[in-house]
Design a protein around this ligand. Structure first.
Ligand code: HEC
Length: 103
């Protein structure tokens, strides 16, 4: 019984974390970007925060344009899902650089 209570507490404590925007952005990366770009830990750091800001502004217009132009996952980059979730991805990028600064 004690174990069950502990488990419930742990699950409840973890819930708010999964609702954070950056967490959703990380999930989006795993689903939609990782197959081509590999680990986010490595890939996000390949670009400066300024470059990311440029690619992601106006709902990720430039990032989408560059992929559609080269025919990489064009369907996804034209989709409503992309427009909806790009803000989560942006939050993930911000979170990534905040964490990187602390180290
Ligand atoms: C189907 C494969 C594919 C998928 C899926 C994909 N990319 Fe790319 N991406 C590419 C290719 C190919 C390039 C061009 C690489 C180069 O120029 O060397 C690229 C370029 C980029 C660049 C550099 C753009 C620039 O103009 O500097 C970024 C940043 C990037 N991708 C992020 C993402 C993100 C974020 C996702 C997920 C939302 C994603 N990619 C999904 C294939 C993909």
């Amino acid at each position: 019984m004690k174990k069950l209570i502990l488990l419930t507490v742990l699950v409840l404590a973890a819930l708010p974390l999964s609702a954070k925007p950056y967490f959703k952005g990380q999930k989006e990366y795993l689903r939609e970007c990782r197959s081509c770009h590999g680990s986010s830990q490595f890939f996000l750091g390949k670009f400066t925060p300024e470059r990311w800001a440029e690619l992601l502004k106006d709902k990720g217009k430039k990032l989408a344009f560059n992929h559609i132009k080269t025919g990489n996952s064009a369907e996804y980059f034209k989709s409503k899902q992309y427009l909806k979730r790009i803000e989560y991805f942006q939050a993930y990028v911000t979170h990534y650089f905040k964490k990187a600064k602390k180290q």
